[in-house]
Ligand binder design. Structure first.
Ligand code: AMP
Length: 227
């Protein structure tokens, strides 16, 4: 099974993809995380991507497509992938469709997560992550007990450089202009599942699981383990 999570920055794609990865055998692949890793390691790809990411612009298609296709046909992705943050343009969507076809794989569902713009901005600008254990916090919705410090491991919390208000606004505009058209494309293919991204993580997960029909699978598995 291959699933795409699409939606604006701050919609909760990363959070839901991580939960889905736990619930399924699918591998969570996040293009933004891959770029941040490349930038941290100062690889040639990271150096190419840095100025685009810091300005909230999309990294050029050829760079993104190469990076993702290299990643998702590795053995640990053979059971299927949860795509988080990719594709973001028509060209990326076409490249993915073509590559899946070449590998005799299918795209099974596209989950469109959305939330109002003011919520998205608060989620983005308030986002903090523990440098040590990666636990996510939010200054508005889920602050740490002590400012700047992780409740679980006392690690330092950091804010992504592109999570400032100005860049966040621009990222939302870029999303509207370049990624929104993909929603209609996937709707026309009959693959789109629209999910309200408002609410706490568990509520949204329940909606995603229901849309993907995973709830019944879990219930059936549970039945099979009962006498
Ligand atoms: P994200 O973590 O998904 O918010 O992505 C952070 C940044 O990485 C974006 O603002 C872009 O600069 C870049 N990026 C991530 N995924 C893509 C993509 N599919 N196409 C182009 N740029 C991307």
């Amino acid at each position: 099974m291959n699933v795409i999570l699409v939606g604006p920055p701050g919609a909760g794609k990363g959070t839901q993809a991580a939960v889905l990865e736990e619930k399924t055998k699918l591998k969570h692949v996040a293009s933004g995380d891959l770029f941040r890793q490349h930038m941290l390691n100062e690889t040639p790809l990271g150096l190419q991507a840095r100025s685009f990411v810091s300005r909230g612009e999309l990294v050029p298609d050829d760079i993104v497509i190469g990076m993702i296709l290299d990643r998702v046909f590795q053995p640990d992705c053979s059971r299927g992938v949860i795509f988080d943050g990719f594709p973001r343009t028509q060209e990326q969507a076409q490249a993915l469709a073509h590559a899946l076809q070449l590998h005799h794989k299918t795209l099974d569902a596209v989950v469109f997560l959305s939330a109002p713009r003011d919520t998205l901005l608060k989620r983005i600008v308030g986002r903090q992550t523990c440098r040590t254990c990666q636990t996510p916090y939010n200054l508005y919705y889920n602050p740490s007990r002590e400012e700047g410090m992780c409740d679980l491991c006392n690690g330092t919390l950091y804010t992504r450089p592109d999570d400032n208000l100005e860049t966040a606004r621009h990222r939302l505009d870029v999303y509207m202009a370049q990624t929104m058209p993909l929603i209609e494309h996937y709707r026309s293919l009959g693959l789109l599942h629209e999910v309200d991204g408002l609410g706490d993580v568990h509520e949204v997960t329940a909606r995603v699981v229901q849309q993907l029909g995973l709830a019944s699978t879990e219930a059936e598995e549970h039945c099979l383990t009962q006498p």
